[in-house]
Design a protein around this ligand. Structure first.
Ligand code: FAS
Ligand code: PHB
Length: 390
């Protein structure tokens, strides 16, 4: 089989890239390791920057998002009963974020690609990338009990942190930068009304907690937990007790609990692999970088990568101009590192680090005091959380 662009990975990065190429009459094929059901069962991000909302509009997949997505202009940062309200609307001249689950974004993209007849292989095993440093790269894999070989002009590695694309770049070319945090996030989904209108990020000496939502009837909560915890050891009651112990008193008292319908632990790391391209291979999303979810940047960085890469590929195929492709890695990495910095800073501010000494713990308290007392500090937080320009 031949195509213009092979896209490895059927998560948000791969699907959004496929949709933008398909709308510009550029032939592509998506290769996904998991089943459609499995991909759509994953519960992950929930906060979309305006840049991603705009890109989903460009991809003509935002009708449900516009109908049910919630625009948020503020959020709270709390330490015990001390609450700092971050008013993005005032601090950034009207910027906001939209609360809409990543799962729904993925569903909307799959629906649009199916309707357009884009070829998507699911349950693809043993994906391998070949001859990336030639003008005829190809991939091989097995699916539907058959061996497949697909030749393309370009290969987009959108296969997440554990996929084969980044590993296909020679180690002599790649430079990985990594920070692994000594804790994880235990997240739950529950069919209860959210405890607050907007998100609440709570720092506490016993650990971080986050109150988020998917709708007025579906709540998403997280608590920091030891990295080696087993989710089986977390009963619903234990989760609710820990969450309440870390929230402002009035919030804890008004929390409506209920049975969890999803419960999982995600590890936290900061990771960047440079460069994000090598000859005919281009990486986008978690395949190239990971952020701790504290700043809600993971999904949103995948979007800005896809913005740059899709525009570069469209420019190449429609104008025979490879400028965007040549500049892709440097352009994407400039925004990636700013988001890495912000996500690291917000994680430092809000989490209890078991190996921190008393001085470092006092620094954290001073950081919050400064944030609470400085419009400049709140503006910096607000503009990063709302999303820096593409
Ligand atoms: P993805 O990992 O979403 O998609 C990659 C796709 O490639 C997957 O479908 C995978 O099955 C496929 N793949 C892998 N190997 C393959 C192979 N060999 N062949 C073919 N396909 C292959 N971000 C936030 O902003 N907020 C959050 O709360 C948040 N929570 C998260 C929780 C978890 C457990 C994880 C892992 C991530 C979380 N993230 C969060 C980050 C997440 O939202 C990512 O940033 C986002 O999914 C990035 O999208 P992709 O780059 O498409 O990667
Ligand atoms: C979520 O709703 O899943 C969510 C929101 C904000 C974050 C992380 C996760 O920073």
């Amino acid at each position: 089989m031949k195509t213009s662009v092979v896209i490895i990975g059927g998560g948000p990065a791969g699907l959004l890239l496929a949709r933008l190429l398909q709308l510009n009459d550029i032939d592509c094929v998506v290769i996904e390791r998991r089943s459609r059901e499995y991909v759509l069962s994953r519960i992950r991000a929930g906060v979309l920057e305006q840049g991603l909302v705009d890109l989903l509009h460009e991809a003509e997949v935002d009708s449900r998002l516009q109908a049910v997505g919630e625009v948020h202009r503020r959020f709270d940062i709390a330490f015990h009963d001390d609450v700092c309200r971050i008013d993005m609307d005032k601090l950034t001249d009207g910027k906001s974020v939209t609360v809409y689950g990543q799962t729904e974004v993925t569903r909307d993209l799959y629906d649009a690609l199916d309707a357009a007849g884009t070829r998507i292989f699911h349950d693809a095993e043993g994906v391998e990338l070949h001859e990336l440093d030639t003008d005829a790269p190809y991939i091989t894999f097995e699916a539907n009990e058959k061996k497949h070989r697909i030749s393309a002009q370009f290969i987009a590695g959108c296969d997440g942190f554990h996929g084969p694309s980044r590993q296909a770049m020679p180690v002599t070319v790649r430079h990985d930068y990594e920070l692994v945090y000594p804790f994880g996030w235990l997240g739950i989904l529950t069919e209860t009304p959210p405890v607050a209108e907007e998100l609440i990020y709570a720092g506490h000496e016993s650990g971080f907690a986050l109150c988020s939502l998917r709708s007025r009837a579906l709540s998403r909560y997280y608590v920091q937990c030891p990295i080696d915890d087993d989710v089986a050891d977390w009963s619903d009651d234990r989760f609710w007790d820990v969450l309440k112990s870390r929230l402002p008193t009035d919030v804890a008292e008004s929390l409506i609990t209920g049975p969890t319908i999803e419960k999982s632990i995600a590890p936290l790391r900061s990771f960047v692999s440079e460069p994000m391209s090598w000859h005919r291979l281009f990486l986008a999303g978690d395949a190239a970088h990971i952020v701790p979810p504290t700043g809600a940047k993971g999904l949103n960085l995948a979007a800005s990568d896809v913005y740059y890469l899709s525009h570069a590929l469209i420019r190449f195929f429609n104008q025979n101009d490879d400028t965007g492709l040549i500049n892709y890695s440097a352009t994407a990495l400039a925004r990636v590192w700013k988001a890495e910095r912000f996500s690291w800073w917000m994680t430092q501010l809000l989490h209890f680090f078991p190996n921190q000494n008393k001085f470092e713990q006092r620094l954290r308290a001073a950081e919050f005091d400064y944030l609470k007392s400085s419009r400049a500090a709140q503006t910096a937080l607000a503009e990063n959380y709302a999303g820096l320009a593409y």
